[in-house]
Design a protein around this ligand. Structure first.
Ligand code: HSE
Length: 438
C-alpha cells in the first residue's frame, strides 16, 4: 500500500455534483470497506457558492476559485462535472499537468477533445475515467474495457439519451405533444442545460462515438457521425408505427464489418418484440455483440443525479485503488493500448442499407400510388407493405409505405424526385427501420 488517504476535488456543484457529495457522505463506510482507503472530498469549486443544494459542507470546502482545486498539491483526483468544452478542457488539462487523475462525466468533451486529454494524461501518467459520460449509472465502459475486453465487437447499439426516451415513451403511451413533455424532462433534471443537445441527437452522438471508439479500437471523427434527433417525430408516425407492430426509439448504432465502421444516430422503428422496445422512460440500454460473448444488453438509469453520481464515484474508487497499488494507467483510457488504435474508414451514410418507413402526404387523386411506386421501382426500391387509411380531409391523404432493404442514397434520390411531383403536399417523412440485430 502506497497511500491510505486520497483527497478528491470537485469542479461543478450542479445536480450530479450534489449527488457525488451525497455518495461521499452517505456511503463513506462502503467506500472504505471496498477500497481500504479514506476518501475525502476536500475541495469543491463552483461559480455559485450561495445556492442551497440540500447538502451541508464543512466550512472552507466550497470555493468559487477553480485553481483552489487544480493547484492544490494535496488533491489526488479531480472530478470534472462542469460540462461543455470551455473551460472544462482547460481545467482538465491544467489538473493533468499538476499530476491529478481525472474523473469526468463530460461526453461532449471526451468525444470531441478526447485525443488531447489522452495525450496529456499519457505524458503525466495519470488515469482518466469517464464512466458517467455514457448511460448514466450503467457500467458500460468498464464492461467493455474490463470484463468483455477479450471480445472482438461487431456491434454496439442502444438507447443512450434519457430525455429523448422519456419524451418518446410519453408521446407513445399518452399521445402527448413534444413540447410539454420536454419541459417535464427538464424539470426532472434529465435534460442537458441546453436541451438542443438532447433532442437533436447530439448527446446520443457523443455517447455512441465514445462507445464505438472503445469497442472497435479506432478514432471516430465526431463531425462525421450522422445525427438526427426526435424533433420531427409526430403523433401520426408513432400511431402508424404502433399499427405496424413497431416502436420509435432514438437509436445509436455503431458497427464494424469488413474493416469499415458505421456510426449513426436517428429515430428508428424497432419491432415491439425487441427487448430494446421495452426500454422506456428515462432508462437507457446498450446492446453489445462480441465474438465470444454473443449479445449482451445492459439496462439501467441513463440520467439523473443519483445514478450518474454512482458511476462517478465508481471511477473515483477505481482510481483510488490504482493510486494505492501504484498501478495508474493499468487500463488504457480508450480500452486499447494507445499505439494499437487505428483510424478505420467510416461508411458514408449514403451507403448504409436499411428498410425504410415512408409517409407521403398526397392529393387524393387517381394514379398517385402508381406514380410513387414507379419512381421507387426506378431507384431499385421494393415496397414491402402499405397503409392508406381512409381520409376525410378534402385535399390530402397520407400514404405509408414500408420498403424492403434499400440503399440510403437510392431512397434520398427517389424522395427528391417524388418531392417534385405536384401531387405531394408536404415533405415526406422517412424513418429507418431495424428488424435485425447482430
Ligand atoms: N441529458 C442526458 C440524458 C443526461 O437525457 O440522457 C445523461 O447524459
Amino acid at each position: 500500500m502506497l497511500k491510505t488517504q486520497i483527497n478528491v476535488g470537485l469542479l461543478g456543484l450542479g445536480t450530479i455534483g450534489t449527488g457525488v457529495v451525497k455518495v461521499f457522505q452517505q456511503n463513506a463506510d462502503i467506500v472504505r470497506q471496498r477500497t481500504g482507503i479514506e476518501m475525502r472530498l476536500t475541495r469543491i469549486a463552483d461559480l455559485d457558492t450561495k445556492t442551497d443544494r440540500g447538502v451541508s459542507l464543512p466550512d472552507g470546502v466550497l470555493t468559487n476559485d477553480a485553481d483552489a482545486v487544480l493547484t492544490d498539491p494535496n488533491i489526488d483526483i479531480v472530478i470534472e462535472l462542469i460540462g461543455g468544452y470551455k473551460p472544462a478542457l482547460q481545467f482538465i488539462l491544467k489538473a493533468i499537468e499538476n499530476g491529478k487523475h481525472i474523473v469526468t462525466a463530460n461526453k461532449a468533451l471526451m468525444a470531441v477533445h478526447g485525443q488531447e486529454i489522452i495525450a496529456a494524461a499519457g505524458r503525466a501518467k495519470v488515469d482518466v475515467m469517464f464512466e458517467a459520460a455514457v448511460g448514466g449509472g450503467i457500467p458500460v465502459i468498464s464492461a467493455i474495457n474490463e470484463n468483455l475486453c477479450a471480445n472482438r465487437f461487431s456491434t454496439v447499439l442502444g438507447i443512450l439519451n434519457g430525455t429523448c426516451n422519456f419524451i418518446l415513451t410519453k408521446m407513445t403511451d399518452e399521445g402527448s405533444d413534444f413540447v410539454p413533455v420536454l419541459a417535464e424532462a427538464q424539470r426532472l433534471g434529465y435534460a442537458e442545460a441546453d436541451p438542443t443537445f438532447d433532442i437533436e441527437g447530439v448527446d446520443t452522438a457523443h455517447k455512441i462515438t465514445l462507445l464505438s471508439e472503445l469497442c472497435f479500437g479506432t478514432r471516430i471523427d465526431f463531425d462525421q457521425v450522422y445525427t438526427e434527433g426526435i424533433t420531427k417525430i409526430s403523433a401520426v408516425d408513432i400511431d402508424f408505427a404502433t399499427q405496424m407492430g413497431y416502436k420509435i426509439k432514438l437509436l445509436a448504432i455503431g458497427k464494424l464489418s469488413d474493416g469499415v465502421v458505421e456510426v449513426r444516430v436517428h429515430p428508428t422503428m424497432i419491432p415491439v418484440s425487441f427487448q430494446l422496445a421495452d426500454v422506456d422512460g428515462v432508462f437507457n440500454a446498450v446492446r453489445l455483440s462480441g465474438d465470444f460473448l454473443g449479445p449482451v444488453m445492459l439496462y439501467g438509469s441513463g440520467a439523473g443525479m443519483n445514478a450518474t453520481a454512482s458511476a462517478v464515484m465508481g471511477n473515483v474508487m477505481s482510481i483510488g485503488r490504482n493510486i494505492c497499488h501504484g498501478s495508474a494507467g493499468r487500463t488504457p483510457i480508450m480500452g486499447y493500448c494507445q499505439d494499437q488504435i487505428i483510424d478505420l474508414p467510416l461508411r458514408p451514410m449514403s451507403e448504409i442499407i436499411s428498410r425504410f418507413y415512408l409517409r407521403f402526404t398526397t392529393l387524393d387523386q387517381t394514379g398517385v400510388l402508381a406514380k410513387i411506386s414507379t419512381i421507387l421501382g426506378q431507384h431499385d426500391i421494393s415496397i414491402q407493405s402499405m397503409i392508406q387509411p381512409e381520409s376525410h380531409a378534402a385535399d390530402s391523404v397520407p400514404i405509408v409505405l414500408m420498403t424492403h432493404e434499400a440503399r440510403e442514397v437510392d431512397i434520398v434520390n427517389a424522395l427528391e424526385e417524388i418531392g417534385r411531383l405536384d401531387i405531394i403536399q408536404q415533405p415526406t417523412r422517412l424513418i429507418r427501420v431495424v428488424d435485425d440485430l447482430d
